[in-house]
Design a protein around this ligand. Sequence first.
Ligand SMILES: [Fe+2]
Ligand SMILES: [Fe+2]
Length: 532
Amino acid sequence: MNHDLCYLKPNVLAEPLVCDWYAWTHLIQPVTAGMNVVDRHLAIMKSFVQSPQVHAAAVRNPAMVGGPFISHPPARVPDIKALLERTQREQASLIALAGAVKELDELLRQEAKGFSLEPLYPRVPDLLRGYVELVYDLNHQPSFRLLEPLLYRSPFYDPGLQSLALTLIEGDKERPFVLSTPRIPEDGVLFVKRPFHHLGIDELFRMKASPRPYDHIRELLGIADGPDEELFRTFFTPDAPAPYPAYDGPGMRTRYFGHACILIEARGFSILSDPVISYDYHAELPRYTYSDLPDYIDYVVITHNHQDHVLLETMLQLRHKIGTVIVPRGGSGHLQDPSLRLTLQKIGFGNVREIDDLETIEIEGGTLTGVPFFGEHSDLDIRTKMAYMVRVDAGSVLLAADSCNIEPRLYEHVQKITGDADVLFLGMECDGAPLSWLYGPLMTKPLDRKIDHSRRLSGSNFERGIDIVERFGCKEAYVYAMGMEPWLKYIMAKDYTPDSDPIVASDKLLEVCRGRGVVAERLYGEKEISLS
Ligand SMILES: [Fe+2]
Ligand SMILES: [Fe+2]
């Protein structure tokens, strides 16, 4: 027995997986999961097994970055083939569910012509009966509403497929793009078969700061004797990390952790937005890491349900120290807009609160207001998106994330209600991916290429961005959420050059801001901003 107290090393990488694919929110809700398994995972794995050399060439080509190509070498075909077969076996019910959605869509296309939908209920594919309500919009366009709470309580939701892959990470080494490349067995990688809601996961990550007996965590996570245990042991250390000095200054301190992750601290509260945090290891580019977070985070706020803003890898590691997770109100039942509240609750987040447009929450010494967020979702009816205004006596901060200012009148109306923002954080990823990149697997008919490319996941360009700066009378404007940090390639697949539209547009915004006396910077790595 080993009762020695130990800490989890700060460079233990912990990837959440569902059937060995990197977990993001659409892999949790059963219907979006089934659609992604069929049209993303199975499609990519079949293609790799058939033509591994094509994948090898594509992953070497910078123009193909983020495309549907597996970055494992062709020699790993047997492993991918094995995963493909296991997926077809273990996710058979989700695959069937995805087929039922396709059938239902076809039924509605053929039969729902504006007359009563009642006669169609007996013809709904059997797997979906009782889980969908058939609806029209006011122009008689048919659709269906998913009863998500029921689906999560059905056999379609199987947390037994969830696991964590643990390994030590040294430096900003390239991790494969996670929407295209599954995890397969490799030296130094330990698969821990525990569902995301398992309390052992909280206990494991608590050990980054609080020591526990080695055997205690080993038993909780069910690590067997032998090579697994030998590897598991290497993830721990007797060395205590430096304690985090709680912020006790006047006013409000804001720290940029990378991408859209901002920590706001004031006397009495801490708020962390869109947590995406680097591990602790030696690296050239300075950044804040897990060790730069307070012991307790009062609020985590999530701006929208994209994989680079709700990063389950980071969320699970922080779960034990989060007070409340604030998410935009969703729950419309649309296939393309799974409820983020339900997703997080199902994977073990106890206190998730939805916030509406212009709803204000009182926090210690200040307020947090939900600010409407337009665009960046390819014109799909997706409600789960929100910018946030944090206001204390010392000033105000607007976290606008990927909000695309496609209709400036929106913020003209909003500013009259919320007032100005001293500090703006704005994403300017203005040549976003086409509709199919993220939502393609949810579509049941072939997508016209021209339509696909006209409907993008784009943030604000220069004109739209500068309008927000002016509208809210910002004194400081920071471009963030650009996916530029080297440790983020695995979720963003971004490779900018100085000529890339987002760089050109944000350079212009910075120049114009500075010309008008507004402090402006495109954030990269780390940054601290104080308001007093
Ligand atoms: Fe986004
Ligand atoms: Fe984003």
